[in-house]
Write a protein that binds this ligand. Structure first.
Ligand SMILES: Cc1cc2nc3c(=O)[nH]c(=O)nc-3n(C[C@H](O)[C@H](O)[C@H](O)COP(=O)(O)OP(=O)(O)OC[C@H]3O[C@@H](n4cnc5c(N)ncnc54)[C@H](O)[C@@H]3O)c2cc1C
Length: 326
């Protein structure tokens, strides 16, 4: 079994795989163009939810397994993980609770006019805004804390992180690493020439904490709208379009802030930051697969998590561990 392992990528996938393998005795070095807070992962809100990733029969079990790990981490101080009530709304009709959400305690929000105390009560002022909704307790990983927690835990397990390293192809990884793990996110498109991988661009606005908002408000019906309260700020979103552009569009920020403020019935807050990330959406589904590089070394791919990289992270890392032991 090869114990000398290189991971390409320092987003949530690379860091989580790094931890799981390092804590099982592998010698791991992570190499990445950008590290934690500069990655797509740092742009995510990042609420647990199997959103915008395929195929359902494959990803739902991975999501549920990861839910349990994150639930445990929510009980550990300084991880950046907490449990939050997520309220999923529909603008168009009766929202359906997915089958997988029922064992997690999902329940229909009985009447939008008694949504809750605090800021969300004001949703009722425009009863036509949302037609129906359900609520569910989910893990929230505050990326401003969680990615640093992952990096610190990885280093504590003996791992090394090398930034500003860009590989043209996985074979460029030094020969002393007999196993290469590809966690390059959208970068896998060029790295392994995967034409199936598409950049599904997401833009968010970071605003100050919203007084009284303690639940995540999400509506996937167009225009995609969400408000996610974090420890020190709030994430307003969002967009999901096929595009490679990493430049924030001010008109889109204004649209997002206007729509979220209408949903919450609050005055438009000032914008602290605009962020853009490219969801690594793979048309044929998330790729966790063991194969061979052209030079004969083993490669394990772990990318294509779409809008659910955090939601699937621990289960995918466990599958990578199993693939490494083959
Ligand atoms: C706006 C937005 C909101 C989101 N919200 C959520 C959410 O609520 N919940 C959720 O679960 N997910 C969410 N996501 C999705 C989630 O962010 C992604 O699925 C996840 O970040 C993918 O992580 P990753 O580690 O695979 O890729 P990335 O975070 O993109 O990391 C890839 C790493 O590989 C490196 N790399 C790439 N190419 C090369 C190369 N050639 N050589 C060397 N290094 C390379 C990069 O520098 C980086 O370190 C959201 C995404 C966006 C954009």
């Amino acid at each position: 079994m090869e114990r000398n392992v290189a991971i390409i990528g320092a987003g949530v996938s690379g860091l989580t795989c790094g931890i799981v393998l390092a804590e099982h005795g592998y010698r791991i070095a992570i190499f990445a163009k950008d590290i934690a807070q500069q990655t797509t992962s740092s742009v995510a809100a990042a609420v647990w939810f199997p959103y915008h990733v395929e195929p359902a029969e494959r990803v739902i079990p991975l999501a549920l397994e990861t839910y349990q790990v994150l639930l445990d981490l929510a009980g550990v101080p300084d991880t950046g993980v907490s449990m939050i009530e997520s309220r999923q709304f529909s603008r168009t009709g009766e929202i359906e609770i997915p089958d997988w959400a029922i064992p997690l305690g999902a329940s229909v929000i009985p009447s939008l006019s008694v949504v809750s105390s605090g800021v969300e009560t004001s949703l009722a002022k425009d009863p036509s805004f949302f037609k129906s909704g359900f609520s569910l307790s989910v893990p929230l990983t505050d990326t401003t804390i969680y990615l640093d927690y992952l990096a610190a835990r990885f280093r504590k397990a003996g791992g090394e992180i090398h930034s500003n390293v860009r590989f043209e192809k996985p074979e460029d990884v030094e020969r002393k690493f007999g196993l290469v793990i590809n966690c390059a996110g959208i970068g896998a498109r060029e790295l392994v020439q995967d034409a199936d991988l598409e950049p599904h661009r997401g833009q968010v606005a970071i605003v100050p904490k919203i007084q009284g908002l303690s639940t995540a408000i999400v509506c996937d019906d167009a225009p995609l709208t969400y408000a996610i309260p974090r420890a020190n700020d709030c994430v307003f979103g969002g967009t999901n379009e096929l595009s490679d552009s990493l430049t924030a569009d001010p008109a889109t920020t204004l649209r997002i802030v206007t729509e979220c403020s209408r949903a919450l019935n609050v005055d438009k807050p000032r914008v602290l930051a605009e962020r853009v990330g490219l969801r690594p959406f793979r048309k044929s589904g998330v790729r966790i697969e063991r194969g061979q590089l052209r030079d004969g070394r083993t490669v394990i791919h772990n990318y294509g998590h779409g809008g659910a990289g955090f939601t699937l992270s621990w289960a995918c890392a466990r599958e990578v561990l199993e693939a490494a032991a083959l």
